[in-house]
Structure formats: C-alpha cells, structure tokens
Design a binder for this molecule. Structure first.
Ligand code: PEP
Ligand code: MN
Length: 345
C-alpha cells in the first residue's frame, strides 16, 4: 500500500500515520519528494481498509499496489490450472463446450438435446434442476428427478454434467449426480455458501455476479481455493449496465483481463450474456477469439416451447453451425475444439 501525504503537511501528521501503521505491525518506508511525502507500507495489507488510511489528517491519497487475492493470482501460480474431469481437460489447449437446456424439463427433452449437442462436439451437458428464477411463480425446476434425467442423458452420450446448486443444503444431493457444481450469478457473493464449496471434492463453475467487479469475482474464487478446493472454473455471463437492448452486457474484455490476473480457466456464457438467440452466435465466436477456455451455450430442441430462457436458446442446428465456426476460430489462435462425435444411439 502506498500513502501520499498532502503538500505542505505537518511533520506531526506524518508521524501519526507512521505510528498507526507501526501499531498495526507494518514497517513503513518513507520517501520525501519535492512536494509530497510518500509512505510505502511493507507487508500483507489485505486486512487494512484503505479508507481508514485515506481519511487520516494530512493524507492526500492511499491505494493498494498488490491485489487482495493470492491463491487465484498468476503471481502465486504462474502456469494455467488444468482441471482433469474423467479425462476431459479444462483450461488446457482445447476449448471445452458446455451445452444443454436452460432447465431440465423432461427425460425426452434432455436426451434429445444431449444427443444433438454431443454429436456436434460438446463435452459437457448443462441443465438446471433447481432454478433461480426472478419470479416465484415461474418454473422452479424438476429437482432430483431433473438431476436423474441429466445424469442418464450425459452417461448415454459420454458427457460430463454441470448443474446449479442454489444453497449449502443442496450440495450433498446434487453432488451425487453432477461432475461440476455451478454457482449462479446471484449467489457469487453468498459467502457462507461459497465458503462451504471450499471443502467439496468437485470442481466449481463460478459465474460472475451481475454487478460484480472482476476483483470481487476473483475474491469469491479465493474463498473456494482458500478452503482447499483448487478446481474453480470462472464464467463471464454478462453484467448489468445501462444498456437495455440486450439482457446483460457480455464483458468479453473480462476474458483477457482474467487470463492475465489469474491462472484459473475462464469460460463465457453468451446465452445469459445477451438473452437473445441471434446475438448468441456472434458473441460466442468473439469469446473464443478472445481466448475463452470454453463456452456455456443454452440449446433446446423446441425453444419456443421452453419453460425458461427459450428466447436465448439455440436450435440444435444452429449449435452445430456455431461449433463448425468456432473450430476454425480456435485454430487461428492455436487452440482446438473437439470434432463431431461418432453416433452413439
Ligand atoms: C444458468 O446458467 O442456468 C443461470 C441461471 O445462469 P446465471 O446464474 O448466469 O443467471
Ligand atoms: Mn437460462
């Protein structure tokens, strides 16, 4: 942390700041310039509230020079984290595609989607069994029956499962069926919940909160890593801005920003990021071009009949076309996206 004293500050005020820092256990490096005195605080200052320093008499400004997160940072671990789940590697040279319906609606719907998306090259099946809906009157998901449908369909087509857990109590049940636990955007800062995920033996798919800064998002990941679970996949899913034309604003620039700050894999979800089917494909292409380690895409066999998020769900044919396109884009930047699968059923 660096503290800049005001021009013409009283020596007593400088001494007071130094004493305060000393009492907190920090060494201070003082340097005197032509106009300003600068105090460099040495040590781990993550526990200090920077505002406590900013409001001290004689202080002009104070700011951190190192990030408040540690375990998730590239400084701490230089090489990319690669998570191996039953032989599927996330964060490696291959970008991994997650696809499936917004909600699991029936056994047949789940099977049809799984067949189509796996044939097109998706490796992970998504689908909500417990749905966080804005309205209590909207479809809330099939619960455990939905988890069964997901698992059956994924097993049939050699896919992994990712599905959302909405609270701590659901962790044991959902863990029986899923390979990856999804934390929804609305839960990213539910700290007692994400703390509990630190002790879980499953990878966590951590979506960015709708109004979370990248630093807040990485701090949430830090909670999980500091609890002992090192397998966290970040997912940019769009943030709230003043723009109303799209459901959210997909922050594509978060991808290279996170890549530089953290070793964790980063995915993009252009379905929730845009909310409109015709915007999903271009933004998916952009996310791969920006270096995403994978995508999460909503696909429904009959989107117009979907119980949730039909407007942003691709038709299976559109998904296949998207896969063909992003395979080419991935190659240009030295990545790979798996080929179409052999027919299974
Ligand atoms: C979802 O992926 O099913 C979902 C609800 O997404 P988000 O938490 O990003 O809104
Ligand atoms: Mn959805």
């Amino acid at each position: 942390m660096v503290i800049i004293m005001e021009k013409g500050v009283d020596e007593k005020q400088i001494e007071y700041v130094i004493e305060r820092l000393d009492s907190l256990g920090f060494d201070v490096h003082r340097s005197t310039g032509v106009d300003h005195t600068l105090l460099g605080v040495i040590g781990n200052t993550s526990k200090i509230d920077v505002r406590d320093m900013q409001i001290l008499p004689g202080v002009s400004d104070a700011y951190r020079i190192s990030a408040p997160y540690k375990l998730v940072s590239r400084e701490f671990k230089h090489s990319n984290t690669v998570i191996d789940i039953k032989g599927i590697k996330i964060g490696g040279p291959e970008a991994v595609i997650i696809a499936g319906p917004c909600s699991v609606e029936s056994g047949e719907q789940t099977l049809v989607v799984a067949e189509r998306v796996s044939a097109a090259g998706a490796k992970i099946l998504r689908g909500g069994a417990f749905k966080p809906r804005s309205s209590p009157y909207s479809f809330q998901g099939l619960g455990e029956q939905g988890l069964k449908y997901l698992r059956e369909a994924a097993d049939k087509f050699n896919m992994l499962v990712v599905t959302e857990v909405m609270d701590k109590d659901q962790i044991p049940l959902v863990s029986e069926y899923t390979d990856i636990i999804q934390v929804g955007a609305r839960n990213m800062q539910n700290f007692s919940f994400i703390k509990a995920l630190g002790t879980v033996k499953k990878p966590i798919f951590l979506k960015r909160g709708i109004s979370a800064t990248i630093e807040e998002w990485l701090m949430s990941a830090e909670y999980i890593l500091s609890g002992g679970n090192k397998d966290v996949i970040l997912c940019e899913r769009g943030i709230r801005t003043f723009e109303t034309y799209t459901r959210n604003t997909l922050d594509i620039s978060a991808i290279p920003v996170v890549k530089k700050l953290s070793h964790l894999p980063i995915f993009a979800d252009p379905s929730h990021g845009t909310g409109l089917r015709d915007k999903v494909i271009p933004m998916a292409r952009a996310a791969i071009a920006a270096g995403a380690d994978g995508l999460m895409i909503e696909v429904h066999p009959e989107p117009e009949k979907a119980l949730s998020d039909g407007a942003q769900s691709l038709y299976p044919d559109q998904f296949e076309e998207l896969m063909d396109q992003i395979r080419v884009i991935a190659e240009v930047i030295g990545r790979k996206i798996s080929n179409k699968a052999e027919k299974v059923r």
